[in-house]
Design a protein around this ligand. Sequence first.
Ligand code: XIL
Length: 396
Amino acid sequence: MKMKKWIAAGATALISAALLNVMPASAGNWTKPSEQTLRALGERHRLYIGTAVDMAALNDANDPQYRALVGSEFSTVTAENVMKWESLEPTRGTYNWGPADQLIDFARQNRQLVRGHVLVWQNQLPSWLTSGVANGTIGTEELRGLLRNHITNVVTHFKGKIWQWDVVNEAVSDPWDSPPAIHLKGFWAQQLGAGYIADAFRWARAADSKALLFYNDYNIEAFGARDSSDKTQFVYDMVKQLRDNRVPIDGVGSQGHLGTQYGNYDAFAVADALNQFSSLGLATAFTEVDARSQMTAGVQAGDSNEINPRVQASAFNYSVLLQACLSNRHCLSFTVWGFTDKHSWVPTWFTNPPEGLATLYDENYQPKKAYQTVKADLVYAGAPHVLPRIPQSPRR
Ligand code: XIL
């Protein structure tokens, strides 16, 4: 009996120590805030800190730091590519769940929540689908059925394992597109008309009643002129209409791909956008944050006069988005699109001019200014302006 009590007391002490370890410095703990992980520091705000995960890097035995940091620093993960349609169904009718299931297992082992990315998007579609539509062998009704089946199959396969689904991604044009008035763009709107968006959310909800269903897009961090050239306004009107029509949408994901060559935003303008989305009854999230810079000749030559301002501007842009998210009690997660310059989509995607330096860690896994800034924001935020998140219930 005595022995049992003693063991129980020991276990309680251990649990308290473990809890203390994730508490802020003000709670009297012994781990300096600067030495705590992002996920631990996010917990005080009930904010999940996430990253996109490149499965090749996660499985690379010669790159153990990648796997270690995904597990230790983050409390939510997103598949960078392996849940996209071309990865899941490369051949019509044959699903390849392996890599995505592997990520789900990794997340469970590391007590992480999973953002599902992505159900409906005009990019990274399997070629059998796009060529079938192009050569007329797949007609409109069949295409609608294929989309419905895809959503149903994928959401059902991962049922109970996905926290937030990006149901529809990047459906809205940008002011530099033609025509400049913001409109629905891309393959699905062209083939199926505007109604595919409401359909997609309804089909996803029918397959999983508990996952939070998000509309996800870039360039919606803040409102602009609030006219027909304002993408954020267009998305706001669109999700408001979906809500009014009782479509089961639960959140808006703001991707947060920024570049230091642009003017970008201040935290108040970004907070205002999040607040307007959440005042519709929606959760919000930053889903793909990075802040890239042009790799000028000077940057590439290692000229600190050119590198330092970019490194600091990048950190500032992370901070603007994170502070806004912290201030909005419905902003559930802050996910970066890759955490190291060693594995970032930026250098392969933005090549003319070349861009890079977009993430929290450099190519050798050394934390950059952006990492310390994100950390400091998590440490120094609190009441009255930053309060814990309010969980979102899925809409029926
Ligand atoms: C990117 C991936 O990071 C790349 O590896 C891939 O080649 C292309 O797609 N918005 C999104 C993401 O919603 O899915 C994109 O991911 C980046 C832009």
